[in-house]
Design a binder for this molecule. Structure first.
Ligand SMILES: NC(=O)c1ccc[n+]([C@@H]2O[C@H](COP(=O)([O-])OP(=O)(O)OC[C@H]3O[C@@H](n4cnc5c(N)ncnc54)[C@H](O)[C@@H]3O)[C@@H](O)[C@H]2O)c1
Length: 393
């Protein structure tokens, strides 16, 4: 941490100068939070699409407008760069912004491989700047409470779980965006683009994973990547979780469930949760089989704040202003990227993948850009490519 970062905020501290790179859909969520922070001013945006860029800049009254991040960085100094660009650009843009002296707040997925993430974090450390990744499902008072109960053992030992991302994305609009559905530009299918949110929440609750056994399928979308994947994840604490991720489910839901020796914790929502989305059910041994209430410590806090970009960016900016390390809601971007990598690697290799398989220096750490080799292509008759309908090879 540099002295400059550790400078306390005072009434005379000038606002942090922020730039947003990529002014598409998610950039609005960023700017709408930034606009509520009196210690921040968005001074510039960069996007090669002049119409999208100017509409955004006009709407929020932002003066600096550039085609590229390089032009922006050359033209004016900024303290923080928000990357709201397609995932394939995150590595190069994060390194450029960090080397220009800015902190980076990057949309998920952080980059397209663990090796790339190592490289970006190395640069951040070298230049004394932060690289915060937006995994907003970790935020909100309810998840913080549940995470503490699990970490303190108040919910007993986690045994089994479920992690579902059952979302619906159409060919005609979602997959019509040129960077989507391709290994080189999106880096993966719904597992990386959508399911990573619930995997990140799951891993925030359960900690380190140990082993993954997975399959990937292309059932109904005309994409290069998978549109559906399944996995069994064993965590280091022994818990076994079944993961299903797809972009083919018309009744959409996001669902994470952990059954422990003392009870069941569940959250069901779509893109964000609050206390009403969570349910904690004590096991009969806690209640003695009678309708006693759950232990008082399980009660979710009354000052409920939903998950989302607001609590995440607020916590990140608090750290940036004070020079503190990134808070747990924005730190450790490896955790969910490792799970995604392990799922693609296991589906590709046709065998379980362990934490050791992804150790620094291993070939698998270098990513999943090449795609899943054993992708199960299923046609309209339900036949898997290369397999006969009678089950023969
Ligand atoms: N946290 C969330 O809930 C959430 C939700 C949606 C998207 N995302 C993530 O946000 C990122 C962007 O997604 P989106 O849905 O906003 O995509 P989008 O396609 O709507 O917007 C991306 C923008 O980046 C611009 N762009 C392309 N190349 C650029 C370049 N070289 N320099 C600057 N700008 C460039 C495009 O013109 C476009 O306006 C992705 O990583 C995505 O996974 C996160």
């Amino acid at each position: 941490m540099t002295d400059e970062q550790a400078t306390p905020v005072t009434a005379t501290t000038p606002p942090l100068r922020v730039a947003i790179v990529g002014t598409g859909a998610i950039a609005h969520a960023h700017q709408q939070v930034l606009a509520t922070d009196p210690g921040v001013v968005t001074v510039a945006v960069a996007d090669p699409n002049p119409q999208v860029r100017d509409t955004f800049a006009d709407r929020y009254g932002i003066d600096g407008r550039y085609d590229t991040l390089a032009d922006l960085l050359a033209a004016q100094p900024v303290d923080v760069v928000h990357l709201c660009t397609p995932p394939g650009l995150h590595r190069e843009q994060a390194v450029a912004a960090l080397r220009a002296g800015a902190h980076v707040v990057c949309e998920k997925p952080p980059v397209l491989s663990l090796a790339d993430l190592d490289a970006v974090l190395d640069v951040a450390e070298e230049v004394g700047r932060q690289y915060a990744v937006v995994f907003q499902q970790r935020t909100g008072t309810a998840v913080g409470h549940v995470q503490r109960l699990l970490a303190d053992g108040e919910l007993g030992r986690p045994l089994v779980g479920v992690c579902h991302t059952l979302w619906y994305r159409r060919q005609e609009d979602y997959y019509a965006v040129p960077w989507r559905g391709k290994w080189a530009t999106e880096g993966g299918g719904p597992l990386l683009g959508l399911g990573i949110h619930q995997l990140d929440l799951l891993a925030f609750l359960l900690g380190e994973w140990a082993e993954v056994d997975a399959r990937a399928f292309r059932l109904a979308r005309d994409v290069e990547t998978e549109d559906t994947s399944t996995a069994v994840v064993r965590f280091a604490n022994g818990a076994v979780v079944s993961v299903l991720t797809t972009s083919l489910s018309p009744r959409q839901t996001s669902y994470v469930r952990v059954d422990t020796t003392l009870g069941t914790v569940e959250v069901e929502h779509l893109y964000g949760h609050d206390a009403r989305s969570w349910r904690l059910t004590p096991a009969p041994l806690v209640t003695g089989g009678t309708p006693e209430p759950a232990p008082a410590s399980w009660t979710l806090p009354a000052d409920d704040e939903p998950s989302g970009h607001t609590p995440l960016l607020r916590a990140v900016y608090e750290a940036l202003r004070t020079g503190a390390p990134l808070p747990p809601v924005a730190a450790d971007p490896h955790r969910s990227l490792e799970l995604v990598t392990a799922i693609y690697a296991s589906a590709s290799l046709g065998r379980p993948v362990t934490k050791a398989d992804l150790a620094p220096g291993s070939a698998l750490r270098d990513g999943f850009l090449h795609g899943v080799e054993d992708l199960r292509d299923v046609d309209a008759q339900g036949v898997v490519a290369g397999e006969r309908p009678d089950g023969g090879a």
